[in-house]
Write a protein that binds this ligand. Structure first.
Ligand code: CA
Length: 511
């Protein structure tokens, strides 16, 4: 009976929290229906929790920070054979790899908020790095919890206020640190220094401990969020010798220009990183030492040092994913657990002579994503559909037997992963980046399977034409030529502008 009482308490709390929605009668009616559905789900689960646990899979969501697809072996980029990620690759070969998974705002905090809420930034209010996620907002963890899942969050949170919807949490504040991280277990005022520990290892230790002590009569929903591979890429000393005597392949666009040709956007060139690495021992293997004053050679040296440190941080992630997969195997959980590994956005590794993210260009926009669920997903699946980070929450809820709430803007990709994509599945996606600076102006745009149109509303120019970029991804997948002014493209561009406007209305964004 205690179990039942706890679940009803949770449900009441959920109803209270959800009062921020449903401000008009239609929304209220919809919400009432959803709450009724939830009550039924909770009651069914509390009647026979063991049976329910057998029917519904565990969900293990592992996410890194900035771990871009160029450094995952299974994505086959120029760095694939150097990345050495057998455990991530194993998830892809035993499950599915998403080729066109995108974030709707390519920056850490907003992407995390969109994953939790299933909403775009303009609706959940987390538009920039400075915004906090309101704990009262509905989120996927609250729904999983109310439906009888045991929920847990370990590692990087980055949404400022205390997490809500988790039975257990143990997190770093803000960016935290790589070495000897400070964790906060269920209390943001009680720091615990992890002496002698490396962040990626200790987050995994905590996750395995939690798994070992969880309530086995309930399915679990565990979010394990690594801090790596975020700048400043402090790798573990055990990986210091990796790549020591080799030169990593450079991107084709390292010297083509700063940014795509004809773009009016300066972007974030590697020379900024050069200055940082000359002044600081960021990675733990010393400052950047230059033997030349030739600008091209300096850019090359910066690229090598930065990407090697990035890959070393990624290596620790792969090893720790291996530990988690081994735990699932040893405890006979692999068949009943949906395992996901993704990154909150992509990252430029010297492409266009950029580093960092924030742009709608491919390296930054793409979220690498692999998912394994042996009971449903055919091994070796490669999915071409456009999937967004706002789809993650509806997909988790679908696995847990729940419908997508009307407040969420994403859609479940569960059927897509079975090879049954609905005919009306999206053929285009809407993106919006809100932060604004001269080098990285705010912008929004649309991407289809073949084209991309971007409007830089943050550019201060009297000329409207200077604010647009258009790329034909079929002919120019590396986005090296802005073809907005080319006469042949005008019909396509007019069509894309129309679609863009429709998406803004549909998604309730008044750009
Ligand atoms: Ca990030």
């Amino acid at each position: 009976m205690n179990c039942k009482k706890n679940e009803m308490d949770l449900l009441n709390k959920f109803r209270e929290d959800s009062k921020v929605f449903g401000t008009n009668p239609r929304q209220s009616r919809q919400l009432n229906l959803e709450v009724l559905g939830l009550i039924l789900a909770v009651l069914m689960n509390s009647l026979n929790p063991i049976q329910a646990a057998e029917k519904r899979p565990n969900i293990l969501f592992i996410m890194a920070d900035d771990h871009t697809s160029q450094t995952w072996g299974c994505y086959g980029s120029r760095l694939a054979k150097f990345a050495d990620t057998p455990n991530i690759d194993r998830l892809a070969s035993e499950g599915a790899l998403l080729k066109h998974c995108f974030c709707v705002n390519s920056i850490c905090v907003p992407s995390r908020a969109s994953i939790l809420t299933g909403q775009y930034s303009h609706l959940n209010g987390v538009r920039t790095l400075n915004d906090a996620l309101d704990p009262k907002l509905d989120n996927v963890a609250k729904r999983m919890q109310a439906a009888g899942y045991q929920t847990s969050l370990i590692g990087k949170w980055h949404l400022k206020k205390a997490p809500s919807g988790f039975d257990y949490w143990n997190i770093i504040k803000g960016q935290g640190r790589y070495q000897q991280p400070i964790l906060f277990e269920m209390n943001l005022d009680k720091p615990e220094v992890q002496k002698g520990k490396y962040c990626t290892d200790v987050f995994t230790d905590k996750a395995l401990n939690w798994l070992g002590t969880r309530q086995t009569n309930k399915p679990f929903f565990l979010m394990l969020h690594f801090k790596a591979t975020h700048e400043p890429w402090q790798f573990h000393p055990r990986h210091a010798k990796l790549y020591q005597n080799i030169d990593l392949p450079e991107p084709e666009t390292l010297f083509s220009s700063t940014g795509p040709t004809n773009s009016r956007v300066p972007g974030w060139p590697l020379e900024i990183l050069t200055e940082r690495m000359l002044g600081r021992n960021d990675h733990g293997d010393g400052k950047l030492i230059l033997k030349t004053d030739d600008p091209q050679s300096i850019r090359k040296a910066t690229y090598q040092k930065f990407v090697k440190a990035f890959l070393r941080c990624g290596k620790a992630i792969d090893e720790n994913i291996g530990r988690v997969l081994e735990y699932l195997d040893e405890n006979n959980l692999a068949n009943d657990t949906v395992v996901i590994y993704t990154s909150d956005q992509g990252y430029f590794l010297g492409e266009h002579n950029y580093f960092d993210k924030r742009f709608m260009l491919e390296e930054s926009l793409r979220m690498p994503f692999v998912i394994r669920y042996p009971r449903e997903i055919k091994a070796g699946t490669v999915l071409e559909d456009i999937i967004l980070n706002v789809d993650f929450a509806p997909t988790f809820l679908d696995y847990a037997g729940m419908k997508t709430p009307s407040s969420m803007q994403g859609k479940s990709a569960r059927k897509n992963l079975l090879g049954n994509t609905a005919p009306d599945w999206r053929k285009s996606m809407y993106y919006r980046y809100f932060e604004n600076s001269l080098a990285r102006p705010s912008h929004y745009g649309i991407r289809t399977h073949h084209h991309k149109l971007i409007y830089y509303d943050g550019i201060d120019s009297p000329s409207e034409a200077e604010k647009w970029e258009f790329y034909d991804l079929s002919k120019d997948p590396m986005e090296t030529r802005n073809m907005y002014d080319k006469e042949d493209n005008q019909a396509i561009i007019r069509g894309l502008k129309l679609q863009l406007h429709r998406l803004q209305i549909q998604l309730k964004d008044s750009a």
